[in-house]
Write a protein that binds this ligand. Structure first.
Ligand SMILES: [Cu+2]
Length: 236
């Protein structure tokens, strides 16, 4: 039988009262900690319909040893990066994966499912109004002042990247007009830090800047679970 997946079940609370009679009057209940969402051994369901944790926590997905299929935990709605609002890896039996993105959620009810087994394998994650949600990764990008002549000579465009919050992996896409001109992925930046990234133009990028008196460059900085940032510069 399925039940609500509270961390502090009735039996456990009763046990705590017996063990620590003074603890109950000590203050408000502690916020529910990070939850573990577990798949059933036999395909294809989660062990509960409903899971609960506080704001700011990363949930864990566990596919138990002996399970007969790989699974994942994926939000049914999209987040600011265009991907699912939160998502685990797809994992085989006997392994666990963080459900990344849950640490940024405000309180509320968030449905999820397993993308391999569809809506039949689904559940809900409730974020309780306790604890503090982590700030979403956010970056700012500026195409550094530079001359078209210098870009032609070096084949490099410099982009200044600043992490508003800690950003583990920023991807930079540079365009010249409508053409993809350069790309760099997995750029690591600590919170509040700035880094100048030298983007090496690809063949199409070099060609795009090789003629004319100016080039209109645009850059898009994307980061998992955050909104993308973009910037433009006309270089002469
Ligand atoms: Cu599944």
């Amino acid at each position: 039988m399925k039940t609500r997946g509270g961390v502090f079940g009735v039996g456990m609370v009763a046990g705590l009262i017996l063990l620590f009679p003074g603890a109950v009057s000590a203050g408000p209940a502690p916020p529910p900690p990070a939850v573990t969402i577990t798949a059933d051994d036999s395909c294809c369901e989660f062990d509960l319909d409903f899971y609960e944790q506080s704001r700011g926590e990363v949930a864990t997905f566990e596919n138990p040893a002996g399970a007969d299929a790989p699974h994942n935990v994926v939000s049914t709605v999209r987040g600011p990066d265009g991907g699912p609002l939160f998502r685990s890896e797809t994992i085989a039996a006997g392994s666990t994966s963080p459900v990344e993105g849950t640490q940024y959620l405000d309180d509320g009810l968030y449905p999820f499912y397993c993308t391999l087994h569809g809506s039949g394998m689904s559940g809900e994650l409730e974020i309780s109004p306790l604890g503090v949600a982590l700030p979403r990764p956010a970056v700012k990008a500026v195409i550094a002042p530079q001359s078209l002549r210098g870009i032609r000579r070096s084949g490099i465009v410099r982009v200044s990247l600043r992490a508003v919050t800690g950003s583990p992996a920023v991807n930079l896409e540079l365009k010249s007009g409508p053409l993809a001109a350069a790309y760099a992925g997995g750029i690591k930046l600590g919170s509040g830090s700035t880094r100048v990234v030298s983007l090496r133009l690809n063949r199409a990028g070099r060609k795009a800047v090789s003629k004319g008196r100016q080039a209109v460059l645009s850059v898009r900085a994307s980061v998992a679970f955050g909104s993308p940032a973009s910037a433009k510069r006309t270089v002469r």
